[in-house]
Write a protein that binds this ligand. Sequence first.
Ligand code: FMN
Length: 206
Amino acid sequence: MALAPLLDPPTEPPVAAAPAGAPVAVLFGSTSGRTEELALQVAARLSARLGEAVPVQDVATTDLAFLKVSEFAILGVPTWHVGELQADWDAVVDDLAAMDLRGLLVALFGAGDAAGYPDTFGDALGVVAEAVENAGATVVGHVPADAYAFEASRARRGDRLVGLLVDDRDDEPVARDRIDRWCRALPLGPGRSGARAARSRSDRSS
Ligand SMILES: Cc1cc2nc3c(=O)[nH]c(=O)nc-3n(C[C@H](O)[C@H](O)[C@H](O)COP(=O)(O)O)c2cc1C
């Protein structure tokens, strides 16, 4: 049975939900700790939804090979140095783009600062979105761009951003509300064995 319908208006075309019970993980990079905090908050909410612990891993110390057998990867990516990737993501983004991530659902979130960097707000989300899409993954979890005040972003696609941005200047209730809504809307679904897991099993047996 599908989880409750999304509370917010859909902001992207419907996609097949990732099977519950399938490997879902949060992977973050963070230089000053904000995206790490967000990662823990996201994982707590998703763990509650799924009824099982969603692991949180630091990209600086994680072998990305686990993504090949994951169903749903939630990537936490802050923007640094005026439109650049955070250093630990920068170190792996080319490897990520070269992986075979077909069948993987990816949702992106990260910290940013729209007032401080209005022309590069959350750019790194756009960079990582492009990398995982090049690798064949499907990016879900878009949000309406008009929920933020900024000029330009590589994360922008039409009237949406490719993932959840939590602004450094958001006060606590606003940040919490953004995270709550986004986590509720992610297409986590029921079932025990996803197409991806099946493909991976058949790859191993051939
Ligand atoms: C030197 C510097 C450059 C930054 N450049 C951007 C930027 O281009 N776009 C943006 O949205 N945020 C930018 N930020 C804000 C950071 O993304 C923000 O402070 C974030 O919380 C850092 O995340 P972290 O603590 O997880 O590393 C920048 C911050 C600093 C200090």
